[in-house]
Write a protein that binds this ligand. Structure first.
Ligand SMILES: [Zn+2]
Length: 250
């Protein structure tokens, strides 16, 4: 049996919740499940994805709209103080949701973030077309991070830490200066732990075109002069051209 694609369900649920929010109405698990053709008890999985997205993007807690048949909020809901539901509802009702793209649109044709990340590292996807489909920055970044985790085998390219929660996707040509293609290009990325990501973004640690690490004199680190750790697959190595361009940009 094919695995259920919760992201695809979240795509459908998002539009339903937005239309309820605009009409200042709640929805029961049963109504939501029926609308999507799933059992009401299965709603919590894709609602969790929507809840996480709203938390990460600091949006009002959209999933507060989903209630059981007594009108009470579900147990999986953690995005708002349950003793002050009224205020949370008002935030959701009064927010201008028309400005937000459906963050799960990439899944509308049955894709998943993991699947897209795999295509990115296998170079099987048109990055520009993909970026147009993803639209939402937070989603693009999370797909990019997944691809880099795979490419760098879940280790910081500088210090080799494997602590996954610390690992982040750094852009060589910074996001704000990247083309649409570069924003999702594994060759424009390096997997770094959060400390090294901050130092890299601040220009306090740099990499030359031979992948050697340089640091500002104020930074004491054993990394200076060492080569960064590269992906096994040569096709995924950072672009030398971008590394040189970065030095001119920062
Ligand atoms: Zn590190």
């Amino acid at each position: 049996m094919a695995e259920v694609n919760q992201e695809e369900r979240a795509y459908g649920a998002w539009d339903i919740l937005i239309s309820r929010a605009i009409n200042r109405k709640t929805i029961t698990y049963k109504e939501l499940g029926d609308a999507l053709g799933v059992h009401h008890r299965a709603c919590r999985y894709f609602l969790g994805l929507i809840q996480d997205f709203c938390l990460n993007e600091k949006l009002p807690p959209l999933t507060i709209l989903v209630v059981n048949r007594n009108g009470d909020i579900g147990q999986g809901f953690t995005a708002w103080d349950v003793n002050n539901i009224k205020e949370g509802l008002e935030k959701v009702y009064s927010y201008n949701w028309n400005n937000i793209y459906n963050p799960f649109e990439y899944a509308s044709n049955g894709e998943t973030k993991d699947g897209i990340a795999r295509k990115l590292i296998n170079k099987e996807v048109d990055k520009k077309e993909l970026y147009a489909r993803v639209k939402v920055r937070g989603v693009a970044q999370s797909i990019f991070r997944k691809a880099l985790l795979e490419a760098y085998n879940y280790r910081c390219a500088f210090c080799r830490t494997r602590i996954e929660v610390l690992l982040e996707a750094a852009h060589i040509i910074p996001w704000s200066k990247s083309s649409e293609e570069q924003k999702l290009d594994v060759n424009n990325g390096i997997l770094l732990c959060s400390n090294h990501h901050k130092l890299f973004d601040a220009g306090l640690i740099n990499i030359d075109k031979d992948y050697r690490i340089h640091a500002d004199p104020t930074i004491k680190t054993k990394l200076i002069g060492r080569k960064m750790r590269l992906p096994e697959d040569e096709r995924l190595h950072p672009s030398k051209e971008s590394l040189v361009k970065r030095l001119q940009l920062i």
